[in-house]
Design a protein around this ligand. Sequence first.
Ligand code: DOR
Ligand code: ZN
Length: 354
Amino acid sequence: MPHTPRTLTIRQPDDWHLHLRDGAVLQAVVGDSARQFGRAIIMPNLKPPVTTTAQAAEYRERILAAVASLDEAGAAGFQPLMTLYLTDHTPPDEIQRARESGFVHGVKLYPAGATTHSDAGVTDLLGRCGGVLEAMQRHGMPLLVHGEVTDPEVDLFDREAVFIERVMVPLREAYPELKVVFEHLTTRDGVQYVSEAPGPIAATITAHHLLYNRNALFKGGLRPHWYCLPVLKRETHRRALLEAATGDSPRFFLGTDSAPHPRGAKEQDCGCAGCYTARHAMALYATAFEGAGRLDRLEAFASLNGPAFYGLPVNTATLTLEHVDTDIPHELPMGDDVVVPLAAGESLPWRLQG
Ligand code: DOR
Ligand code: ZN
């Protein structure tokens, strides 16, 4: 009798933090997400950034056209949930337009200079963006936060913890009803803050921060494909993240932060930050949850907690993973270029069925 692999079926998951880019890159990568996820929060850090509802509408159409041109039944239902890029000059009435559009689900805060394409970001959140924050609180529009200070005096590995004290706590004291998502949480400090803070707060966690600590950046040499921001942290932090993701709090949910950069942009004297995880996203998360002995918690983290926070229905479809060893390719085509997926050349114990 042929051997039947062990399978895991969950309600279809969503990705609450995704970079799709635009043009040929968008076309090349969107299927990787659309084959697994029902919806994804689409990050607005294009060049130039998506700062208005009108720009988000156009970007959304380009994403939907890219999905339609895949001509794959398994990807067809994918819904991009759009976001706006907050600047020092975002007018408060943009928030009402965004809310009324029905397709903008958040506004992203990039502290100016914190990461890829963040130069148009915010220089002083409470000083410059008060009117917008007040409008967001009033309209129930979530603020999605890249939570790192940019102060060069602060050690790179401490920038999330310092952000909590300097920005997050004052922000949430000033706007206690504002919905906040602490994106790509990477520290024990962050887990503790999000677990205990009053009011509407949640956090996304990437697969790479669940699977790796900062040793991965230097394993046998310098490993640019493990470099992202916020950077991987110590093992104690990874363990705290894994406990949060697999635990009972509904405040933690899946956000891959999959960020495609061409191979050459990562392998150079000043390589870009970002890990490409979209192709194997659910297999990576299943591997992390299985390692913690908590596969039973994957569905809540991947498919239930995010919709509950965003006030959206859960997906009706299901997704099945098979326990079968699967090799991660050394590279994947991406337009005229190639992207190196995270953990290229290694193997994972899970794959998507079908
Ligand atoms: O590693 C990262 N890459 N972190 C970010 O915050 C942005 C992202 C990107 O857009 O490449
Ligand atoms: Zn991101």
